[in-house]
Write a protein that binds this ligand. Structure first.
Ligand code: UGA
Length: 433
């Protein structure tokens, strides 16, 4: 059944949600208070790089099912279901800043004149749904019925369209049967399992899932240290672990530590939420600590391989926090490059998509048009993000371009024996160097 939907916030989550719901045939209005962003979207210019997004947006705008506007008031009046997908950035103490959620809830209340279902999609602390409900009740101008629901998003940057349309599960947290029916009507066409819970449980599922995945990554990174100290191979160990169906093979890649706008932020927020509730979630504090140390250890590996960093030129491949995105928020590359610059190195960097954004954060880096240009005249090559094009590099050519055949691989992309046979001093994660 076609629904009139409004999605407030046109960031990753909002844009993907809005365009994919329009693709199902719903009438969708995406609202954002950033005028420039809305102007760009109306010209089919995506504010983020996300494979496939532009096509879905274009197709649905042209079909007259998807609209972009800054007018929240009008959008609330026209829509039966309102998704909140605004940012919940971290405050200095790690807590999520929920002021945008409060503001939008208030605006919805002030502008609705008949029943509305308000669905929170942003990642929020448990019990935020209750706050949204209270805010709306307080600001309603007359007695209008409404429901609040939680519908957390599990999309990954780089595969967001696929994650939205073919999810492992859809979580809906509701208080009324009416809200459950509407959300099921929206999501049934995806043919994915739908789990219906109370609002608090749905909110917690999101934080629990992200924290658990981050725990997996930190576990493996800690394991990589033990592997290095004992001569074991972390990739073999995780292969053996992952074949146990209870463990599973995904999220077991050792590397330079996790980054991005979700894991570090959600982990810090979950630690704070637990603290406020009176529980010291020490396990998650250790996950954070291991993650920080993993970056420091990688910087130390570069220093060890080069002996002295001062006045050396280092080629860095991969800047985004993971492949297939131009997102550099909390990217490990930032801390790694900053440390090397501080030690007096010159950096030549290449990334297929993230260089524009990175040049605003680290203008002192020399940005190159290819991996080969970055390697030209450098004293070492460092892999920070595992873009698939780095797998195909011609390492005979790279060796000819480098001053010194030193390869420090933060993502275990290559076979150590092959690299050593080619004459590289090859350093990676969780294996004998
Ligand atoms: C993450 C979750 O995977 C999504 O389910 C969730 O919806 C999203 O956060 C969110 O809360 O919005 P995302 O941040 O896009 O998605 O990235 P991931 O693919 O989960 O990777 C996170 C970090 O972990 C990256 O820095 C990645 O390099 C690192 N990672 C991941 C590893 O170091 N090793 C692994 O084996 C897997």
């Amino acid at each position: 059944m076609v629904k009139r939907v409004c999605v407030v916030g046109s960031g990753y989550v909002g844009l993907v949600t809005g365009s994919c719901l329009a693709d199902l045939g719903n009438n969708v209005i995406c609202v954002d208070n950033d005028k420039k962003k809305i102007e760009m979207l109306n010209k089919f210019k995506m504010p983020i790089y996300e494979p496939g997004l532009e096509d879905v947006v274009k197709r649905n705008v042209e079909a007259g099912r998807l609209f972009f506007t800054t007018d929240l008031k009008d959008s609330v009046k026209k829509s039966e279901v309102i998704f909140i997908a605004v940012g919940t950035p971290p405050k200095a103490n790690g807590e999520a800043d929920l002021s945008c959620i409060e503001d939008v809830s208030k605006q919805i209340a002030l502008n609705m004149d008949e029943y509305r279902l308000i669905v929170d999609k942003s990642t929020v602390p448990v019990q935020t749904g209750q706050r949204v409900k209270e805010t709306i009740t307080r600001n309603l101008k007359k007695d209008i019925e409404f429901d609040v629901a939680s519908n957390p998003e599990f999309l990954k940057e780089g595969s967001a369209i696929n994650d939205f349309t073919r999810p492992d599960r859809i979580v809906i947290g509701v208080e009324t049967e009416r809200a459950a029916v509407i959300l099921k009507e929206i999501y049934n066409p995806f043919n994915s399992p739908i789990i219906t819970t109370d609002i608090q449980s749905a909110e917690l599922i999101k934080h629990a899932a992200n924290s658990f995945l981050a725990t997996k990554v930190s576990f493996v990174n800690a394991l990589s240290v033990i592997c290095e100290l004992t001569g074991a191979d972390v990739d073999k160990v995780t292969e053996g672990m992952g074949m146990d169906k209870r463990i599973g093979s995904s999220f077991l890649n050792a590397g330079v530590g996790f980054g991005g706008f979700c894991f570090p932020k959600d982990l810090a927020a979950f630690i704070k939420i637990s603290e406020k509730l009176g529980y010291d979630f020490k396990l998650l504090k250790a996950v954070e600590e291991i993650n920080k140390k993993q970056k420091d250890r990688f910087i130390k590996k570069i220093e060890d391989a080069l002996w002295n960093i001062k006045d050396k030129t280092i080629a860095v491949l991969g800047l985004s926090f993971k492949p297939n995105t131009d997102d550099i928020r909390f990217a490990p590359s930032i801390d790694i490059i900053k440390a090397l610059l501080r030690d007096g190195a010159g950096i030549r960097a290449y990334d297929p998509y993230a260089m524009d954004k990175m040049s605003q954060v680290l203008p002192e880096v020399k940005y190159c048009q290819s991996s080969y240009e970055a390697a030209d005249g450098a004293d070492a090559l460092v892999i920070v993000t595992e873009w698939s094009e780095f797998k195909e590099l011609d390492f005979v050519k790279i060796k000819g371009l480098l001053n010194d055949a030193i390869l420090i691989d933060g993502r275990n992309m290559y076979d150590p024996d092959s690299m050593r046979r080619l004459g590289f001093k090859y350093v990676c994660i969780g294996k004998k160097s």
